[in-house]
Design a protein around this ligand. Structure first.
Ligand code: 09M
Length: 432
């Protein structure tokens, strides 16, 4: 499926187009890929003989011990490749192949071919991608409500955000089409056309809504993005936290054109503090993100990467997927407890739908004009906290009737108390 010619430069802004490979980083790559007989006086690598750490051994929660290979530790202590540790990249690539079977994995087109960069959490990849693609005044398609962290990246870039409606099944394709029908598909060929070039969405365990974009809708949306030549940013940190199997196939799995930038995260499954995520997408665009990485973080922490890699290697892909199932089962039980407590305390006061994955319940209070004041001023006095819904809205200054409630950390007993307190707060507000 190699026949659609993609013009990737139309997705990139002047800043990103202006990036060149950093000359010192290019030399680093040459040294890393050369035989030991090469004498390099080129690099600015410090002498590692004075780095104090020799070995790293880990104790896992099941009590087992894991010694990290000494040569990996040595490499972790030194500067390394900006795209990430090759062993970790290969492990992730094999996982992507197994889980998503991306059509772009084995193709010959060097620009479209699937490539991976290890990022500092998925947030870093999302930030760098938006910073590479969006210019002030651009039309950008965003699923609403949406992840507050993405809005915080976008707002200072000053795009015109086109808000695509969603429900429990994710983005509503008709809402996308309503916007796009202002243009003709062939407008995307015109150099200075205002046609949107980016669609951002959270397809599983929507943050804040708990929604899940269905396969049928994904197919419709992908087709629209093909017609109008739009890049899809698939921000999917909750992919492995889907509450029913099989997993809904991803946009990456249907990406015959090479128009998907997919963001995966280890934060919800292995560790959020390690700050490791990965970005999978067409090489022409991933290369631009690597060039940004070369001059920003240089690379994700070597220590985090080798610790993560050692744990993943020990688990194997089977073990990793089994571990994901255990985590998803836990969150599903948490979701059920949260729904039970919402039914107990919030019936008649709030509306919600059952989250299909992730960590969040999105509550609407139809009789409350704005939850912001209620939460910021009164909830703390009652010793309970939620995120006011306006944090997930494009215009956060408008009143909002929603709250995001997270069920990841709280016991059933505490959910009981939290929703009881919230209910009392709402009733006070309504003078009931
Ligand atoms: N709240 C996230 N979400 C969050 C949150 C967070 C501190 C993070 C979506 O760890 P990463 O970089 O892989 O994850 C970033 C990310 C990307 N996309 C949809 C997410 O939900 C993480 C961190 C405090 C609060 C936080 O509230 O929702």
């Amino acid at each position: 499926m190699d026949w659609i010619k993609m013009n990737y430069s139309r997705f990139l802004n002047v800043t990103s187009l202006g990036r060149k490979p950093s000359p010192i980083r290019v030399l680093t790559e040459i040294v890393l890929n050369s035989p030991k007989t090469l004498i390099s006086m080129a690099g600015g690598m410090p002498n590692p003989d004075f780095f104090p750490i020799q070995d790293i051994s880990l104790t896992l929660k099941d009590g087992s011990k894991l010694n990290i290979d000494t040569s990996l530790v040595t490499r972790a202590m030194q500067y390394s490749s900006s795209s990430g540790f090759p062993e970790l990249i290969n492990w992730v690539k094999d996982l992507q192949e197994r889980v998503h079977k991306p059509p772009t994995l084995g193709i010959t087109d060097e620009n479209k071919k699937l490539d991976i960069i290890i990022t500092n959490g998925s947030q870093d990849g999302i930030c760098k991608t938006l910073e590479a693609c969006v210019s002030a005044g651009d039309n950008v398609l965003i699923e609403v409500p949406t992840y507050a962290g993405t809005l915080a990246i976008l707002n200072p870039l000053q795009p015109k955000i086109l808000e695509i409606e969603s429900d429990k099944d994710g983005i509503i394709p008709g809402s996308l089409l309503r916007y796009l029908s202002k243009w003709k598909p062939e407008d995307s060929k015109k150099p200075n056309c205002s046609i949107p070039r980016i669609l951002y969405c959270v397809p599983n365990g929507g943050n804040p809504t708990g929604s899940q974009l269905t396969w049928e809708r994904k197919k419709e949306i992908y087709k629209l993005c093909q017609d109008y030549d739009i890049l899809i940013m698939e921000d999917d940190p909750y992919f492995y936290l889907q509450f029913s199997k099989p997993y809904v196939p991803s946009f990456l799995s249907m990406d015959e054109d090479g128009r998907v930038m997919r963001f995966d995260s280890f934060s919800k499954i292995i560790s959020s503090g390690m700050r490791i995520g990965c970005l999978s997408g067409p090489r022409a665009l991933v290369n631009k993100i690597i060039q940004h990485q070369q001059v920003s973080a240089v690379h994700s922490s070597g220590l985090s990467q080798v610790v993560l890699f050692s744990v993943l290697q020990e688990m194997g892909h089977d073990g990793f997927l089994q571990h994901c199932d255990k985590v998803a089962d836990f969150y599903k039980r948490q979701r059920d407890a949260c729904l039970a407590m919402a039914n107990k305390h919030l019936s008649g006061l709030a509306e919600w739908f059952e989250p299909s994955g992730g960590m969040f319940l999105w509550l609407k209070f139809p009789q409350i004009k704005d939850t912001f004041k209620l939460i910021s001023e009164k909830a703390r006095a009652k010793e309970v906290l939620f995120v006011p819904g306006n944090a997930f809205m494009v215009d956060s200054s408008l009143p909002c009737q929603y709250l995001r409630s997270s069920f990841s950390l709280v016991s059933s007993e505490d959910m009981d108390k939290a929703f009881e307190r919230l209910s009392a707060l709402i009733k006070e507000e309504l003078n009931q």
